[in-house]
Design a protein around this ligand. Sequence first.
Ligand code: NDP
Length: 449
Amino acid sequence: MNEYLKRVLDETSVKNSNEPEFLQAVKEVLESLEPVIDAHDDYDKNAFLERMVEPERIISFRVPWMDDNGQVHVNRGYRVQFSSLIGPYKGGLRFHPSVNQSIMKFLGFEQIFKNALTGLPIGGGKGGSDFNPKGKSDNEIMRFCQSFMTELYRHIGQDVDVPAGDIGVGAREIGYLFGQYKRIKDTFEGGVLTGKDIVYGGSLARKEATGYGLIFFMREMLKQHNNSLQGKTVTISGSGNVAIYACEKAVEYGAKVVAMCDSNGCIYDKNGIDLELIKQIKEVERGRIKEYLNKHPEAEYIETTKDNYPIWNIKADIALPCATQNEVTLDSAKKLVANGVIAIGEGANMPCTAEATEYFLQNNVLVAPAKAANAGGVATSAIEMSQNSMRYSYTFEEVEEKLDKIMTNIFESCKKASDQYGCSGNYVAGANIAAFQKLAKAMRAQGIV
Ligand code: NDP
């Protein structure tokens, strides 16, 4: 490996030795940049990589809140403002008990590259809390969001840092967060959060954007390899925002989705998943996927255990991991390949372990990498910000058309970079290289900051 790359990787590993997810994300990016680094001998002198892997700022804060029984709880809140090179920090908020600094930093780091790929002026950030929204009442969620924003508000702003949703943070949470921000600042700053409800400045098609975007990218990738979604069997992990709308668009393109899951277990319906029912259970009732059996007793439910993540054992042409990081292990990858999978579309962030990705690529399975393939969400958030600035709203069709163009362009950039640097067909490397080239140009232009 290139000396400079190796040194930065070693130093980053020592400095962040207790942050495995962050190191995993950094390693994947840096390793794929080798041909670019080789071609530019001033990167080392100007510490391009060192500056890229060090967040501009990390904020961590206490979030006290009271439950419905009067018991007070304390959670930890985070905002990692990773890079403002090409625009205000931009990235979602995640509420999940697994949240820690390593996860926030890996997500923030990936976000810089993803946002650069969209071609829109947005920097990279991420935030959230180890708060578990599951089983909480609406009032508890509201009190938590208000307490979280009471600290976060001083660090964000429509030209500074613009959070959005992620795992555990949807339109309801964004509403409570926005309400509290507006109350504290006493100003209607529409562009300070994205993923808002339509009635107070949200964008049509934002809810659908990440899932739809994933399928647009998949469509382009398959087309490049003389294939399509028509008639393909698809499995999708998760049953949240990304999974639901990936399912909807995949079906529109003629695919059959046979399995979806939540963190407890997986539904296999060989007749094709009843998506309206999934929406009812997940978006309306906030229930468990197992309830699918109440209406479709002919479907199969397979429980997830510590050693078994059942969805990847099901035979599929295309697998779309849309739940969480590292959910596709090497074991799962082997099963998917043995069952004849032709393409993987990463809807979630870093859902495949490094070994799983390597295995797919070695076995000629096409991989649509998260940074590129799930960028439709943040791209549409940027479109929401533009609408807020213009005090104007696009129609659903206008936003979807823009999203489609953006995803098509992202695929083209990944392809071009992979062709240019001798790794044709490896869109994982292509995405990293294409994003890095843009960021490096901005870094050079802005001097040592
Ligand atoms: P949601 O909270 O809407 O849904 C998450 C889904 O994944 C749920 O079905 C959840 O099951 C499941 N899940 C979460 N954690 C785990 C886990 N540890 N093990 C198994 N299943 C799990 O989140 P989103 O759909 O918004 O996000 C999903 C992924 O997509 C994340 O990686 C996120 O970072 C990424 N992403 C999201 C974007 C967006 O616009 N929302 C944009 C780009 C990326 P359960 O209900 O049981 O917890």
